[in-house]
Design a binder for this molecule. Sequence first.
Ligand code: HPA
Length: 247
Amino acid sequence: MAAIDLAIIGGTGVYRLAALHEPEAIEGDTPWGKPSGPVRVGTLAGRRVAFLARHGEGHALPPHRVNYRANLWQLRQLGATRVLAVNTVGGITGRFGPRVLALPDQLIDYTWGRASSFWDGEGGEVLHVDFGDPYTPALRAGVLAAAARAGLPLVDGGCYGATQGPRLETKAEIARMRRDGCDLVGMTGMPEAGLARELGLDYACLAIVANWAAGCGDAAEITLAEVLENVEAASAGLPGLLEALLG
Ligand code: HPA
């Protein structure tokens, strides 16, 4: 079987990759339990590409219940070495309004109580991986170049703040995150990025801004309808970006 050139983890509103030709659904198990759903492996731009819906294809798993370890283990088990994670986020600072696509270069982890390492200390070694640059620079550079070739606007950089959810944040929490230096807020960026680093996978986050975070825009309330509508509009550029990245 040919190696998988790229694995994509889809977030809220991105449950399928329609551009994937003749996908084969691979169900499987890992030492960490079951992944969120089948990994669909097919071809895109002549390359083997894997797709996994992070929340399950019917969006049954909230962010704090996703088995991040099983998902990444399964992708690596199938031969993936690079992962493009698609994450739906709220925008905090000026460049990151609804429908913007962004490629953050930093993150802050506010999550708690999630299984966040493959090294849990049960008879194994304890590993402290370098995580100064949480997203793989070479993969980020490749995605940026692909976006330029595809003519797709993509904001380069920004700090992703990972919150616990599943509730959205208070205005005070977002104000604190802004003071901390966060540009984006989402619920699924961690522990996924850290686990990918532990497995030695190349990993980058393609953030789709669905809404202004609490207190950042004019909306009185953030609704799921708004989130899904903006994700759908912004993800229209995704197939072109992937073709350019793989081609
Ligand atoms: N906060 C956290 N996660 C999100 C948001 C938000 O405003 N929008 C989409 N995912």
